[in-house]
Ligand binder design. Structure first.
Ligand SMILES: [Zn+2]
Length: 346
């Protein structure tokens, strides 16, 4: 394994950002793979999973079992990592521009890093960071971007054009659900990869790109990291990136297009008591949560009910809400009456 640092100039004199890049050289004709974690810099389950995966990859390297080049970026967003505001982590949006760190990646006409702006272009560090991450990823056939939700099952975002071509990732990771998407994703990292392939007329067989949601932000756990690293290793082995055993089982969980996700939004502001947890199955009309608006008064709570039957996939990690705020995600069998176009979340 080789570790180098990609240096992004800071916006002001005296500052720069350093991205660690780990590389495993392939000794065969296996496809190249790119994995990264913590693009949303306060989502760290992927960081510990990558640590567990790299221990396996180093052993495979020693045994001569790495067949395709593997690039690993365990801390993809040093700018976001440094954004601490009054004791709180602010890893999702750039505090200066308010832009989500996983939006506004450039959508190229083919997977060619030469199409990205050069070093001398006048760009903010956040844009340079995105261009650099995309340049690394575009050199690979297999791209996995490790994120997490707040309190959540493990789930996968997979482009519609790559499903069921990528069912082996579900076999390997055993997600609670697979979310298929197409169309405008706001320039998310996975969208930038797949758009370059689609516009470039690249054969999609053998390609893979996914935003992997590794449960909730608090699920930073050695046992879970080992399990997920085992899944990722088997997926890479099944694709021929590494010599080894492919996924063991066939996954058969729920697959839903984004418009089949019920984003449960708060009708009022107040204190939230969640009555259901990720993994629960609910029927239409079941009580999901209550929002306490007038404490101490009879009828002071507002019930929030399931609009249709489904699986609770995730919920917020705190018990307070404003009117209209997302509280829960349900994976359902029918389109949501309140589905919006574009990505599920801002
Ligand atoms: Zn994220």
């Amino acid at each position: 394994m080789d570790r180098s640092w990609d240096v992004i100039p800071g916006d002001m004199p005296g500052t720069e950002w350093r991205i660690p890049v780990l590389r495993f050289r392939g000794r065969g004709n296996g496809p190249p793979a790119h994995l990264q974690a913590a693009l949303h810099a306060d989502e760290l389950p992927g960081v510990v999973t990558i640590d567990a995966l790299c221990a396996r990859l180093r052993r495979a390297e020693a045994a001569g079992d790495i067949r395709g080049d593997i690039t690993v970026v365990p801390w993809a967003n040093p700018i976001g990592l440094q954004q601490q505001l009054h004791g709180g982590w602010q890893g999702r949006y750039d505090l200066d521009t308010r832009v989500n760190f996983n939006r506004d990646f450039p959508l190229l006409d083919r997977p060619d890093p030469a199409l990205l702006p050069g070093e001398d272009a006048v760009l903010l560090a956040t844009t340079r960071l995105k261009n650099r991450l995309l340049a690394l990823a575009l050199q690979s056939d297999i791209v996995l971007d490790l994120h997490c939700d707040e309190v959540s099952l493990l789930y996968l975002y997979i482009p519609t054009s790559l499903w069921p071509l990528m069912s082996d990732l579900a076999d390997a990771m055993d997600p609670g659900a697979v979310l298929t998407w197409d169309g405008d994703g706001g320039g998310a990292f996975d969208e930038a990869c797949v758009v370059s392939w689609l516009r470039g007329g690249v054969e999609l067989a053998g390609k893979a790109v996914s935003t992997v949601e590794l449960r909730g932000q608090a699920d930073i756990d050695a046992e879970l990291a080992e399990r997920d690293a085992d899944g990722l290793f088997r997926f890479l082995a099944g694709r021929g990136v590494i010599a080894g055993d492919p996924p063991r089982r066939r996954w058969s969980g729920p697959v839903a297009a984004l418009d089949h996700i019920e984003m449960i939004r708060a009708p009022v502001g107040g204190a939230v008591c969640f009555m259901r947890a990720p993994g629960d199955r609910v029927e239409a009309g079941d009580l999901l949560a209550t929002i306490l608006v007038r404490p101490g008064e009879e009828g002071g709570s507002v019930p929030v009910r399931a609009p249709q039957a489904g699986l609770v996939m995730s919920r917020r990690d705190h018990g307070r809400t404003k009117p209209g705020e997302d509280m829960m995600k349900l994976v359902c069998g029918s389109p949501s009456a309140t589905a919006r176009s574009g990505p599920l979340e801002a």
